[in-house]
Design a protein around this ligand. Structure first.
Ligand code: GDD
Ligand code: MN
Length: 415
């Protein structure tokens, strides 16, 4: 059985172009498709008679469908109705989002379907990849807004995740989406936006749920008739939704908490360093190791500043462990005293490197430049920035919270 793709075309006052688009799709584009294609126009009660043009053409084309809305409710709302109808009434295996004003070149449909055939679940028509472009006669302000907005949306939604690199045009209006379990799990009633913002919302969710994304070039044409339905509010809406989506994203919350915990850890580290550097008890401790001075490098163990640094790192380790265990990773926190101790020792083991690193850097710098607050604190900041952060990053990723990679097909787990 041939697979069915439904080209969903929302319209509001597009009577000048919709007829040309429909004829072109039916006569030139669809016959050359590997899929069985149909058109579904979702008209927002256009006062210019767009729906009547479609009704006329329905006599000629059996694969042309019309959903007439009672009133204009926004671009997202029109698509939600169209998607449901395409899935439930027309048996679509894929839905294509397509503008009704001839700004999207109809040939792009071939590229979208080819990408689906190659295994993509979500195909974006991108103006930013090679072969894609913006309208030649676009006013510079609209171009500027679109470029900046595009980058902001891309950064907000995906940086630094993988999709940041694979999705170059997050707000594009040309897309093909496979109708699968993932698509059907989208709950449009709960979407934040029923306007243009629904696009990034749908994209964000599908990407989070693991949809395979591909991009094909889109040569976005100049609008020759009618006018754009975007308003001054639209870029703002898109920005706001991108921000909200990312704010609610679990991994991002974890990352922010993690950064905040790191900051408290630094403060504890810095304060304790000063306390211990002034403590006679630490000086006493260091004095026990003066006999090592005759063994060259080991003599460092007699440095009070080195011990002060090492002990203050331990203080920040305790601080970070408690915050991370009860806040950042509270879902996986230790449930009883024994496992708390076990977790703490494990955390300490991986943090031992930082203790050693700071012992050496602060020991050496105070030895060479003088044991003053300035030398200690500047060395501390440099050490954390240049050595401890990269060290922790590697330890957390490769040791503490290492992920196992599954290689498709082989059934083997490689780590
Ligand atoms: N039914 C319905 N209801 N249709 C609508 C509505 C609505 O509220 N708003 C817009 N449309 C239809 C238009 O008639 C047109 O066919 C299509 O949706 C796209 O709307 P345009 O107003 O032409 O959008 P645009 O050209 O300014 O913006 C394009 O580029 C954006 C990215 O820069 C579109 O492709 C957007 O989807 C895209 O985000
Ligand atoms: Mn348009």
């Amino acid at each position: 059985m041939e697979k069915t793709a439904v080209v969903v075309v929302p319209t509001y006052n597009e009577s000048a172009t919709i007829g040309t688009l429909i004829s072109d799709l039916e006569n030139r584009i669809f016959p050359a498709c590997t899929w069985n294609c149909a058109i579904l126009v979702v008209d927002g009660a256009s006062p210019d008679g767009t729906a009547d043009v479609v009704r006329q053409l329905q006599r000629q084309y059996s694969s042309l469908h019309l959903l007439a809305e009672e009133k204009k409710e926004g671009l997202g709302a029109a698509y939600f109705k169209g998607f449901r109808y395409a899935d439930e009434q027309l048996g679509a295996q894929a839905v294509i989002e397509f503008d009704g004003d001839l700004q999207h070149p109809p040939e792009a449909i071939w590229d979208l379907l080819a990408a689906l055939d190659q295994g993509a679940d979500l195909v974006l028509g991108s103006r930013k990849v090679k072969g894609g472009s913006y309208p030649g006669r676009w006013d510079p302000f609209r171009l500027f807004l679109s470029q900046v907005g595009g980058w902001v949306a891309r950064l907000l939604l995906f940086f630094p995740m993988k999709a940041f690199w694979t999705v170059t045009d997050a707000t594009t209006g040309l897309k093909a989406t496979r109708v699968d379990e993932r698509f059907r799990a989208l709950n449009f009633d709960e979407f934040k936006s029923r306007g243009f913002g629904y696009k990034i919302e749908m994209l964000f969710k599908l990407v989070q749920w693991g949809a395979r994304v591909a991009e094909v070039p889109l040569k976005f044409q100049t609008r020759e008739a009618g006018e754009s339905k975007m308003t001054g509010q639209t870029p703002l809406e898109i920005f706001q939704i991108a921000f909200q989506l990312r704010w609610e994203h679990k991994g991002t919350r974890r990352f922010l908490k993690f950064g905040l915990v790191g900051l408290t850890g630094y403060l504890v580290n810095a304060v304790l360093l000063e306390v211990f550097a002034r403590s006679s008890w630490v000086a006493h401790l260091a004095a026990h190791f003066t006999f090592l001075e005759k063994y060259g490098l080991l003599g460092f163990l007699a440095l009070t500043s080195g011990w002060a640094a090492a002990l203050s790192v331990e203080g920040s380790i305790v601080n970070n462990f408690l915050w991370n265990n009860f806040w950042t990773f509270h879902k996986d926190k230790a449930r009883n005293l024994l496992s708390l101790i076990r977790k703490f020792l494990g955390f300490n083991l991986t943090s031992l490197g930082s203790v050693f690193i700071q012992f050496v850097t602060i020991g050496v710098s105070t030895h060479l430049l003088g044991n003053t607050t300035g030398v200690r604190q500047i060395t501390l900041v440099l050490t954390i920035g240049l050595l401890v952060l990269p060290y922790n990053w590697v330890m957390y990723n490769k040791v503490v919270w290492r992920r196992k990679h599954h290689k498709a097909g082989t059934g083997r787990t490689i780590s």
